[in-house]
Design a protein around this ligand. Structure first.
Ligand code: ATP
Ligand code: MG
Length: 398
């Protein structure tokens, strides 16, 4: 048994001692065999959720209607899911009815790809019913069973295939790829949030170009928000070599740059993808900053407005295109800002009222903004006396 599973071994042993079967399954088995890092350990068992809860003192109902209970053991949580089959796939979406079963093979059969359908016993034996180990060796993503049927059951699996191509730098097996091409339009039935998760994982994977290539050639992109006509624009990404994207904001900025979207269009586009509002505002800061970096016209005011995080993101995006400036130069430029945010201005509204005789109102906001800009541009020091004088000057000039 690989060392990483040792701490979880007593959990399987305890379930088995109670008379049930239990295995490590899914991504953790696949990634361990590939010598990749694993983030969490999933367990599949013949025990029903109530039976698991009777065996362990500390459990959390994380998804009990789907058969998932989290077992807490020495501070670690193990998602433990009862063997199940899924039926009644209506609308090409994940089924709403799951049936608990007592057989491992039934459970493995419903999984998407052979490399994801491996189970690992507590004694180290790998259960491999669909030649997943061979496919792991060959670096192949192959549907369990008939690809056409499997994509009809759940169209999201097509997006999962292309994201695993990127995540693992694997090739999609011929018939599976054909199955995706033939069923790509079914993706339109899938909730955009779920497509987004897979697309983001694709863009942040080991080999985005591999995943994107399949995403384009299979036609899946046509059924994604705002990308129906984006074949050329997406294909241009395949020529880029320096993929070091670190987060969602960066990858969405790349897509928006490719599509040449302006601020209003970025908003509309990302709303269609149902991204969080925080992400939208971050992308709207990153995109113009990338342009400024590209044109070597990054002014203190832009640096100030962009902020440290978006600035870093922008340079990371710029790296992909070969436009970046050295990170340390960018950091130095940021550090040189006399103030990093408007709260650091040496005067505030209250002072402007009491000490400079400015009345509250719309002019106030304008004055504060103008003072901020003047300080950032180094035209005046961030000092209360100087700023109050300047404020009065602005007021007189109207
Ligand atoms: P990751 O490391 O990205 O989490 P993973 O393989 O663990 O990869 P999950 O989405 O966490 O992927 O799913 C866990 C397991 O559940 C998969 O390995 C697969 O066996 C099964 N699975 C997940 N989604 C589907 C699906 N849509 N259809 C069939 N099986 C699925
Ligand atoms: Mg997982």
């Amino acid at each position: 048994l690989p060392a990483i599973f040792e701490p979880a071994r007593p959990v399987l042993q305890k379930i088995e001692a109670a008379g049930y079967e239990a295995y490590f399954v899914g991504g953790c088995v696949r990634d361990t065999i590939l010598h990749d890092d694993i983030h969490d350990i999933d367990i599949a068992t013949s025990a029903y959720p109530s039976e698991i809860k009777a065996i362990f003192n500390h459990t959390v109902d994380t998804g009990i209607e789907h058969g998932t209970v989290m077992i807490l053991d020495h501070g670690t949580g193990y998602e433990t899911t009862t063997f199940r089959t899924e039926s009644g796939y209506q609308d090409y979406r994940r089924p709403d009815k799951v049936t608990f079963v007592r057989s491992l093979s039934e459970d493995l059969k419903r999984r998407d790809f052979t490399i994801n359908a491996l189970a690992l016993r507590e004694d180290g034996e790998v259960i491999d019913l669909f030649n997943g180990l061979t496919d792991l060796q060959k670096h192949l993503i192959r549907a369990v069973g008939d690809p056409n049927e499997r994509f009809h059951e759940d169209a999201l699996r097509m997006m999962r295939a292309v994201r695993f191509a990127s995540k693992l730098n694997f090739v999609i097996d011929g018939p599976t790829l054909t199955g995706i091409k033939e069923n790509a339009p079914l993706l339109a039935k899938i909730a955009v949030e779920r497509i987004r998760v897979e697309f983001e994982k694709l863009m942040l994977g080991q080999k985005p170009v591999a995943g994107l290539q399949d995403f384009i050639s299979t036609g899946l992109y046509q059924y994604c928000p705002g990308l129906a006509d984006a074949k050329d624009v997406l294909s241009a990404l395949l020529l880029l070599n320096h993929w070091e994207l670190e987060n969602e904001a960066q990858l969405w900025a790349v897509i928006c740059i490719q599509l040449q979207l302006d601020q209003g269009e970025i908003n509309k586009f990302l709303k269609k993808w149902k991204t969080a509002n925080d992400l939208i505002s971050q992308v709207k800061k990153i995109v113009p900053a990338v342009t400024a970096i590209r044109q070597r016209s990054l002014m203190p005011v832009t640096i100030f407005k962009t902020g440290a995080a978006a600035l870093h993101d922008a340079n990371q995006v710029a790296k992909l295109y070969g436009w970046a400036i050295p990170d340390k130069d960018l950091q130095a430029a940021y550090q040189q800002l006399p103030i990093k945010n408007s709260k650091e201005l040496a005067v505030d509204g209250k002072m402007l009222i009491t000490k400079a005789g400015i009345k509250p109102g719309p002019l106030m906001g304008k004055i504060i903004q103008q003072l901020t800009t003047t300080v950032i541009n180094g035209k005046i020091t961030n000092d209360p006396v100087a700023l109050l004088n300047e404020a009065q000057k602005i007021m007189k000039e109207g």
